[in-house]
Design a protein around this ligand. Structure first.
Ligand SMILES: [Ca+2]
Ligand SMILES: [Ca+2]
Length: 500
């Protein structure tokens, strides 16, 4: 059992798709200086950590195929811009997590350029190579698609080569092979550079479950042990969060060597709950999953989210129903764990796949003079017609933005809501599937949360043992009120209660 706990555990994290967030120099592409210019905004919203999607030089718009792990893509700025962003973030108490892609590189990475020259090249061992005969003999020419990859044929031709290379996601992203000690040393230099020389606070670790391919997948945990061992030696307080896009059973072992992992099960459960308008025993599911995670690390950090840059936006999932967009936020921000907001969720931004349309420009302003909103992509979903920009929402107390802001503030001021380690939650059974209710116990002040998941208003009677929760701390709808012996909740609304 490990006991390394990051020195700082943010209560609110925020994922920034760098290209779409904020443009500082008028080329229409979001960049690092753009993010720096909006740190005051993020601080005001209550964000305590930002996860930046990859910033390294890369041929693609999303930059998940890296060409140089030490550089910054010129589209996004320079290393000095990055250092400035980091120090300005730290001045505001905001941690910065780098998206580190250790599973693969771009085919344009110098390692792959060398490796593809032939079997005798010293960099050959950095990647997976096999002859088609061997691949067929092992029965690994095809793979089952997974939630995070539709690639069926992961082996790709290298022109003029008798061997093929393995690229799980697509031919442009060859998988690295960590059987190579030389590669492991290169990786340790990269980790050292970002954690120590530059000083980032941690890493979001892409494709963490795919490091070793399926036929040698049992090596994965050993790889993460190696990774964690190195990180803890040079910066014990660093934070790591893994993308393990799988069920909680499969996620759990990764907590042995990572502080945190994204809770995809709960992301999808919340989405389903909002559509089915029934509670799916969410609290019981959470408790079961916590127990799984704690087996591997009692200090696990549960990274929750509604969606990320690979999922349809929550606003579209709930068909742009503003009450349900608020309800989604109310659920996420009152559950235990460490919530990650996906940029623009706080505006109710919309978008469904293909991927570019779940990564549309953040809507800063409705003014024609607005030069911060990026223009690299013509929005299809989050147009100024469909989604009110920040400049409008800021001044409307009933806006989605102010709903987020209020809940974040509460999460940070109420210890029961903001507890990250050892999640505190108990089910409150109201014998009504259309109501999701739970208790967040705490020595200082316990709170009780009730969400009405359905489109009719509900009269709710608390169980006798919870009767003392007689005071409203928060209500998402002005119509919610206390009656003689219960609580009246408007459609798709939430309340947070405290003791009388
Ligand atoms: Ca720019
Ligand atoms: Ca891999």
């Amino acid at each position: 059992m490990k006991s390394n706990i990051p020195h700082f555990i943010p209560r609110i994290c925020y994922e920034i798709f760098v290209r779409s967030f904020c443009d500082s120099n008028g080329d229409g592409i979001g960049d690092l200086n753009g993010i720096t210019s909006r740190l005051d905004y993020l601080q005001d919203l209550g964000v305590e950590a930002i996860w930046l999607t990859p910033v390294h030089p890369s041929p693609t718009y999303h930059k998940y195929d890296v060409v140089d792990f030490y550089g910054i893509d010129p589209e996004y700025g320079t290393l000095d811009d990055f250092k400035n962003l980091l120090s300005e973030a730290h001045n505001r108490g905001i941690a910065v997590y780098l998206d580190l892609i250790v599973n693969h590189t771009s085919t344009l990475h110098p390692w792959f350029v060398e490796a593809s020259k032939g079997p005798d090249n010293p960099y050959r061992e950095f990647y997976w190579w096999m002859t088609p005969e061997k691949i067929a003999e092992m029965g690994i020419d095809k793979r089952e698609t997974s939630a995070d990859s539709n690639e069926v044929y992961p082996w790709h031709d290298n022109p003029g080569d008798s061997e093929q290379y393995y690229g799980l996601f697509y031919s442009g992203m060859p998988d690295l092979n960590y059987d190579s000690d030389k590669l492991r040393i290169e990786l340790s230099y990269i980790i050292h550079f970002w954690l120590i020389d530059i000083g980032v606070d941690g890493f979001r670790l892409d494709a963490a479950r795919h490091i070793y391919p399926t036929w040698v997948n049992y090596n994965n945990q050993h790889f993460w042990w190696f990774f964690d061992y190195f990180v803890r030696n040079i910066k014990p307080e660093a934070y790591t969060v893994g993308e393990i896009w799988a069920t909680a059973e499969e996620v759990a072992p990764y907590f042995k060597n990572l502080n945190s992992a994204f809770h995809f099960d709960i992301s999808f459960a919340i989405q389903r709950i909002l559509l089915s308008e029934t509670d799916e025993n969410l609290v019981q599911k959470l408790l079961t999953n916590y127990e799984l995670f704690a087996r591997y690390n009692p200090d696990f950090i549960d990274a929750t989210m509604l969606t990320n840059h690979d999922q349809d936006r929550i606003g579209s999932v709930v068909r742009n129903n503003p009450d349900k967009i608020k309800l989604a936020a109310s659920i996420l921000l009152t559950l235990p764990g460490q919530p990650y907001l996906y940029y623009g969720e706080e505006l109710g931004m919309l978008g469904t796949k293909p991927d570019t349309y779940i990564r549309e420009p953040f809507l800063w302003s409705s003014s024609p003079d607005d030069d911060s909103t990026t223009t690299w992509l013509q929005a299809e979903f989050s147009t100024k017609k469909n989604v009110l920009p920040l400049s409008v929402q800021q001044f409307d107390e009933n806006s989605i933005f102010n709903h987020y802001k209020t809940l974040i503030k509460l999460r940070k001021s109420e210890p029961a809501l903001g507890q990250v380690l050892h999640p505190n939650i108990e089910t409150v059974d109201l014998n009504d599937q259309e109501i999701l209710a739970y208790l967040r116990p705490h020595d200082k002040r316990p709170v009780l949360i009730i969400h009405n998941l359905c489109k009719l208003s509900k009269l709710i009677y608390l169980p006798i043992e919870n009767h003392y929760f007689g005071q409203l701390l928060f209500s998402s709808n002005k119509a919610n009120s206390k009656t003689d012996n219960g609580w009246l909740l408007a459609s798709y609304s939430s309340v947070i209660l405290i003791a009388d």
